[in-house]
Each structure stands twice: as structure tokens, then as C-alpha cells.
Design a protein around this ligand. Sequence first.
Ligand SMILES: [Mg+2]
Length: 316
Amino acid sequence: MGRPPEGGEAGHAAGSVTGKAGGLTGEADSLTGKAGGPAGRAPAPVSELPAASCRSLAVVFTDIDDTLTTGGSLPPSSYQALWDLFHHDIEVVPVTGRPAGWCDHIARMWPVSAVIGENGAFCYSYDRASRKMKRRSFAGGAAARLGPAGPGPRPLAEIAARVLREVPGTALAADQPFRVSDFAIDFCEDVAPLGQPAVDDICRILASEGVSYRVSSIHVNFWHGQYDKMTGVRTWLEDTRGGREAAATALGHSVFIGDSPNDEPLFAGFPLSIAVANLERFLPRIVSLPGYITRGESAEGFCEACREILRKREAR
Ligand SMILES: [Mg+2]
């Protein structure tokens, strides 16, 4: 995954910090027939990004938390980097676990073509010419939180209550009121940071409840349904490029930048992917590695990657 032109298998092994949605990453592979790579290969320095890939780049897909942000804030450097990409005719699409309420703002105010939110539950895009916000749900919205009819997984609210009861120190994420399709358990944002054993306990409970889940650097998100960040990317590309074949071509002219286990489907599905340096603490726990990694962490690493892309794009 992530480092062209080689290919290989993408997938998830037992023990990976992923939920059922991880199984969807194989669908992304069929877009190009070559996404994915040998598991366990160390990412290369971002300075080794191929110049040809930078010159042909059309879209930067990026995670938000601890990729664009540092310590929970969006620094001027990251926001400027988004505008720098915009001014070089590179589209930007954030792909985040953050809620619908945040994504509505980002789609309208930031220099982005669209936002894929709640780990692939929906895509929002704002057409400035017609002053229309387009909201496309991939998940079924609020009704999906109740789970399928009949015997099966319980409503997400009941499952969240069980997690809070059984894992001391956890809380519902502060952004929960602005979510439409999932629930988010805070283990590191506004609560005293919990260790890996607590995160493992949360994941064990969610697995036993039969829901999909993903771990970010701050939350564990969970939902009913078989989607993830990569299926959201694929659907947005098919919508905007006009079908599956065109989406496959477009994916070959895209890069993803991220930082944590909930980005793993994108490291697996993108022919070109970059991690900021803070991914290193998760490396033993993920299977699908990015092709490249920055020296700097979080926002500093994102800006480093953008500088490298634009420098190679402009070089003749
Ligand atoms: Mg992140």
C-alpha cells in the first residue's frame, strides 16, 4: 500500500486495532488492481516521494486530528498549507472521524472540495456558485443508530452506556451531540488519557456487541453498518468522476495523509499514502502501513508533506 509502483495484498490480521469495517478495504483494492503492499515494510522518508506522482497529483485526502492539528488546535501553518494546495489546483478532501456538525462547517468555510465524516458515514460538499450544500449519506443517518430490525446488535446508545459503565475513565466524546450516524467514546481528548489496556477493553466490548469500530488518536468510534473511511473516498470519487473506472484512475492521482489506526483502510487502499511521524507509536498495532512517513509530527508533518509535494511538482 501506499508506495507505487509495487503492489500486493492488503488486509487485516487478528489483533489489529480495527473493527469489522476493516474487511471492506479489499473492495478499494479492486479500484486499481494494485493498491496494497507487503505488510510490515517500513515506510520510506517522505523526501523519497516520486516526483512524477507529485506532478500528476490531483487530490490530497487528509485526516484531521493529529494530522492537520497539533495538541487539539489547527495551527496557521496547516490552514495555509491547505490554501497552498488549493492555489496549486490540488483538491483537498478531509476524511475524518469528526461529526456531521463539524463537517458542515468545514465544507462551507475551508478551501476543500468535500468532507467525508464520521469514518465514512457521509460526504458533505458546498457549491459556492449555486450556494448549495450537498449532503450524501452512506450510512442511513440517525435511524442506523438503532441497529437492524429484529434480533441483532443493540442500539448504539445502549452499547455506549455499557462501555462507560465497564471501562472507568471513559466518557462520551464532547462532539457527540453533533453526530448523526455513530457514537464516539473519548479516551484521550477531554478525559485524563487512558492507557492501551483501557482502549483494548473498549474494543473488546464493541466486538462482543457486533458493531463496526475504529480507534483514532483520541476516540473509539462505533457504528452499525459496513463502511469505513475508504468506502467513503471510493464513493465520492465515483460520484464526482463519473463511475468506477474513472474513480480508479482518479485514485491513482491522489494521496492520503493520516496518523492513526482508523486511517488504516486508507493506507491499504491508496496507491500513494503518507503518515505523519506520530503514527510510529501505532506501528506495532497496524497491518497496512503507509508508503511514506514524515520527520515531523502532526501539523508539522502535514506541512512537511505538502512542501515536499509542491517542491517536486514545481521542479523541472
Ligand atoms: Mg487522526
